[in-house]
Design a protein around this ligand. Structure first.
Ligand code: PGA
Length: 254
């Protein structure tokens, strides 16, 4: 599969921002700005309470709504958790899994990432699995070791068929919310490494079809050179996705 056959994905991660009323204001402005866009898939991940409203507002637009996390059990005494079926019921088609903020602040491990990934896939939710090294790990020359460990653990037990809906987001922790974007060259190397590792872990064909998104301080003025790289198939955008004008310019990177 050539680069052209991997449809790019521009995804917004709202983190813990935006109420339902603010979600309505966002889409009122954003939807006309991206009308007719067909060169990429557009995904937005609002917080849980706004998911349903976001799904309603995007109905018929082609924009898909993602959760930011999912639990692995179907139902039960798991206070504070949300199941894959509940997300599907709200109209979500995707979910982020293993974001570095979950790993750092909420004790997410490669093993729990794997449990979430498998439960999401089983239910029919498409996971966007986030991986990435910290600054200390990069400076210690451990980037590839860390990425390989996260991928091996997070994707454990998957074969080509169940793997196919997965997207990977490469988000170097030092670039998230810092204004310090990875250069296209740094991102290119990491993405090529991730594709190679997916080839070994799953299959070369699955790796060729895999969409790998870059995340970390993506803005309207740096999206172009990033998307020009062969192995960069999209972006996961935090801060730059909160403002409708900014996110629309990122979506319209070409
Ligand atoms: P940022 O966040 O674009 O604000 O750096 C990206 C992310 O955490 O997904």
């Amino acid at each position: 599969m050539s680069t052209e056959q991997r449809t790019p994905v521009i995804a917004g991660n709202w983190k813990m921002f935006r109420t339902i009323a603010e979600t309505e204001v966002f889409f009122e402005r954003f939807l006309p700005l991206v009308e007719g866009v067909s060169h990429c898939e557009v995904v937005i991940a609002p917080p849980f309470p706004s998911l349903r409203r976001a799904v309603e507002l995007c109905s018929g637009t082609g924009i898909e709504i993602s959760a930011q996390n999912v639990f692995w059990e179907q139902e039960g005494a798991w206070t504070g958790e949300v199941s894959p079926a509940m997300l599907l019921d709200a109209g979500c088609k995707l979910t982020l899994i293993g974001h570095s903020e979950r790993r750092r602040h909420f004790a997410e491990t490669d093993e729990t990432v794997n449990r979430r990934v498998r439960a999401a896939l089983q239910a029919g939710l498409r996971p966007i699995v986030c991986v990435g090294e910290s600054l200390e790990q990069r400076e210690a020359g451990q980037t590839e070791t860390v990425l390989r460990r996260q991928l091996t653990g997070g994707l454990a037990g998957l074969t080509e068929r169940p793997f196919s809906p997965i997207m990977i987001a490469y988000e170097p922790v030092w670039a998230i919310g810092t204004g310090r974007t990875a250069t296209p060259e740094i991102a290119r190397q990491a993405h090529a490494f991730i594709r190679g590792a997916a080839g070994e872990l799953i299959s070369p064909r699955a790796a060729e079809a895999l969409r790998i998104l870059y995340g970390g301080s993506v803005k309207p003025d740096n999206i172009g050179p990033l998307m020009a790289e062969r192995d960069i198939d999209g972006a996961l955008v935090g801060g730059g996705s909160l403002d409708p004008d900014s996110f629309a310019s990122i979506v319209r990177y070409r």
